[in-house]
Each structure stands twice: as structure tokens, then as C-alpha cells.
Design a protein around this ligand. Structure first.
Ligand code: NDP
Ligand code: MG
Length: 381
């Protein structure tokens, strides 16, 4: 029986993780869970699984949880998530919170030598060197939940990483794949939230529309698989059937295919190295699909992808700025305060105005993150 601490339980990945735990109640126990404020989604999970520890984002939610579940241990905020992630009864930490707020819990889980299943890609973008250094020191393997990285993990299948020549990430193109830049001028939040292939949280859906999601994934792949940026390619593949590929030194290419269902990578990260049945997912029918399409990525059409490669290559605090500026800009867009194309303008400006710090420690990363968010707000106010 694996005891799980699930961070971000009320989100898109969180709820699908709950589904996986429910399907395999003989394998997994939901021991601890963290969420923000969404009590409507959290309440039924608490009732069903009776976790020993619950973490919430603010005092108000804490009081509500305590009055509904008086016997429960409830904790607050980042310290609470850290406690859940490092709890001595916990075997596996699933980090599915949105944003760089997940960083200290990830680091804590690694230092406590937990098995870490990571969806929270912002953690790796903002402080990849610290996370990977901690993972190597503690001999903890990070199991990716992001579908592309799960695909790469499966394609590598334990082969020596140095035998892999290249990583090829596929991109579905997001909600605005077929729009020109001119057509992007007037798009609104509702249009952007309408992703053709995947149903996900709001922030990552916007990231998919701007192509920043793929940019973050390039950086995530760089850290997870120790691959130089020159050896990470992105190609457009609108069907989302091939979830990513690895080219080996002998030019042999491995690809992982399947219908789009995040429970596949979530479950694999929990059961690795074995697999379990996933009863109600669709089988891939290639005959029905007929054709798969591939296209080169246009860096002018998708400047966020270009900026992510550039920030990644510069290294140091540049990716911290990229991530924080993006989180802040997307938040402003979701609140209706800026236009869609202003997202990339703000990120570009934040990157231009930042003086890089090489090999930043945790304190520097947290400070740069906070400072960048303030700066992005000051650009619009
Ligand atoms: P959602 O927005 O759906 O969920 C985010 C979760 O994090 C919610 O449970 C939310 O709580 C919680 N949360 C946010 N801020 C805090 C905080 N300060 N303290 C505690 N909890 C917090 O996001 P997704 O599930 O879509 O994505 C989660 C992560 O997984 C992201 O990093 C994303 O990039 C990554 N990912 C997601 C994929 C997907 O298919 N959705 C695919 C691949 C990666 P509440 O809602 O209660 O406030
Ligand atoms: Mg992905």
C-alpha cells in the first residue's frame, strides 16, 4: 500500500489523481491532501477518503474545513504543504499545484526521500538546478506526470540517457493553432480557454494558447533528462496522438502513443515500474484517425516558445523571470485586465530588464520571483 500526499487535489490533475486512487484502492491510500480554496470540490474527497492531514491556502478556508470536519488535522499554506510533503507516513508525493508556490514542497519531498510524481512544471522551470541537484544527492527519481515527459520517460525505458540523441516534444497547438497573429488581436478569455484536445486548468490552457506551455516543457525536459537545449526539438502535431519521442544515437526513434487522457501518465507515475489497468479509458484506433500530421514550429508566430528557449540557454535566474512573468501576465489576462497579446509583451519586457544571476540559491530565486511579479504589475498599472 502506497500512502499518497496529493498537493493540488481540487485541480484538473488533482481530481484525476483522485480517480486513479479510487480505481486502485488496494494499492493507494490518500493520506494527505492540499488544496487552495475550492471547498466544494474538496469536501466530497475528504468525506470519501478521510485523509489524515488536510492543507488549505487561507485562514477562512481552514475555519470552514474545521467546522465541517472537526476531527481532522488541518494546516495552512506553504508550511502545511511542506509538512504534508515530508510527513513520515507518506510514501509518494504528487505535486499538482499550479505555479512556483509548489517549489518548497517539491524540495522538501526530495530531501525527505519520497517518491515524487511531478505535474507542477513551474517548479522545474523556476529552479531546475536546485531540484535536480537535490534529486541526485538524495537518489530520488522524479516521475513526470506531464504527458510529454511521461512519454519520454517511457521511450527511454531505462536506457542510458547518454544513448539518447534528441528529444522531440510534440505540440497540439492550443486553442489558437490556426489563427494568424493579426487574428489574435481581439481574442478573449473564453476563446482561449477552449482547448481542442485536452481539458485542463485555466492557467495551463492559456499557456497552451500562447505556446508558453511548450516553452516551459522544453525547460522541464532539459532538467528532467539532462538534455542540452540544442537537442530538444518541438514539432506541431495537431492530433495529440504521439505524446513525444526520443531519438537515439543510432537514429532509432521511439514514440509513445495513446488517446489524450491524463490519467495514463498520472497512474504510470504512481505505479512505475509496473502498469495497472485503466478501465474506462479509450483505446487508440489508428485506422479511425487515418492520418497524423507534423509541422515545423514557427518561432515568430509563437514568440513565447522562442523566449523560453532563449531564457533556458541563458540559464541562471532567466527562467525564474520567464516563469514568474508568465504566471503574473496570465493571471492579469484571466482577470480581463490585459489583452491576449500583451501576455508576451510583458514577459519580453521582464526578461529584457532583468540582470541575470548565475547559480542562484533558493533565497535568490524566491526574491526574483516576487520582484518579477511586482514589476509585471507595474508595467500595466
Ligand atoms: P488547476 O488550476 O486545475 O489546479 C491547481 C490546484 O492547485 C488546485 O487544487 C488549487 O486549489 C491548488 N492551488 C493553487 N494555488 C495554491 C496554493 N497557493 N496553495 C495550495 N493549493 C493551491 O491546475 P492543473 O491541475 O491544470 O495543473 C496543475 C499543474 O499541473 C500545473 O503545474 C500544470 O502546468 C501541470 N499540468 C497540468 C496538466 C493538465 O492536464 N491539467 C497537464 C500537464 C501538466 P483550489 O482550486 O482549491 O484553489
Ligand atoms: Mg504537457
Amino acid at each position: 500500500m502506497k500512502r499518497i500526499a496529493l498537493l493540488g487535489a481540487t485541480g484538473s490533475i488533482g481530481l484525476q489523481t483522485v480517480d486513479v486512487i479510487r480505481n486502485h484502492s488496494d494499492e493507494f491510500e490518500l493520506y494527505a491532501m492540499a488544496f487552495g480554496r475550492n471547498l466544494e470540490k474538496a469536501s466530497p474527497i475528504i468525506k470519501e477518503f478521510r485523509p489524515k492531514l488536510v492543507v488549505v491556502q487561507d485562514e477562512n478556508t481552514l475555519q470552514q474545513v474545521k467546522s465541517e470536519f472537526p476531527e481532522l488535522q488541518v494546516r495552512l499554506s506553504l508550511e502545511g504543504m511542506y509538512e504534508a510533503a515530508t510527513h513520515d507516513q507518506v510514501d509518494v508525493v504528487v505535486n499538482a499545484v499550479m505555479g512556483s508556490v509548489g517549489l518548497s514542497a517539491t524540495l522538501g519531498a526530495i530531501e525527505a526521500k519520497k517518491q515524487v510524481a511531478i505535474a507542477n512544471k513551474e517548479t522545474l522551470v523556476t529552479a531546475g538546478h536546485l531540484v535536480m541537484d537535490a534529486a541526485h544527492r538524495n537518489q530520488v527519481s522524479l516521475l513526470p506526470i506531464d504527458s510529454e515527459h511521461s512519454a519520454i520517460y517511457m521511450c527511454l525505458n531505462g536506457e542510458r540517457e547518454k544513448d539518447a540523441n534528441k528529444i522531440i516534444l510534440t505540440a497540439s497547438g492550443g486553442s489558437f493553432r490556426d489563427k494568424t497573429r493579426a487574428e489574435l488581436e481581439g481574442v478573449n478569455v473564453e476563446d482561449a480557454l477552449n482547448h481542442p484536445n485536452w481539458s485542463m486548468g485555466a492557467k495551463i490552457t492559456i499557456d497552451s494558447a500562447t505556446m508558453m506551455n511548450k516553452g516551459l516543457e522544453v525547460i522541464e525536459a532539459h532538467w528532467l533528462f539532462d538534455m542540452p537545449y540544442d537537442n530538444i526539438d518541438v514539432i506541431m502535431h495537431k492530433e495529440s496522438v504521439i505524446h513525444s519521442m526520443v531519438e537515439f544515437v543510432d537514429k532509432s526513434v521511439m514514440a509513445q502513443l495513446g488517446t489524450p487522457d491524463m490519467r495514463v501518465p498520472i497512474q504510470y507515475a504512481l505505479t512505475y515500474p509496473k502498469r495497472l489497468e485503466l478501465p474506462d479509458t479509450k483505446t487508440l484506433n489508428l485506422v479511425e484517425i487515418g492520418k497524423l500530421h507534423f509541422q515545423e514550429m514557427d518561432m515568430e508566430r509563437f514568440p513565447c516558445l522562442r523566449m523560453a528557449y532563449e531564457a533556458g540557454r541563458q540559464g541562471g535566474t532567466m527562467t525564474t523571470v520567464l516563469n514568474a512573468a508568465n504566471e503574473q501576465a496570465v493571471d492579469l489576462f484571466l482577470k480581463g485586465e490585459i489583452s491576449f497579446l500583451t501576455i508576451e509583451t510583458l514577459i519580453e519586457k521582464a526578461l529584457e530588464q532583468h540582470s541575470i544571476v548565475h547559480q542562484p540559491n533558493l533565497e535568490t530565486i524566491l526574491a526574483v520571483d516576487e520582484e518579477t511579479r511586482k514589476r509585471v504589475i507595474s508595467y500595466v498599472k
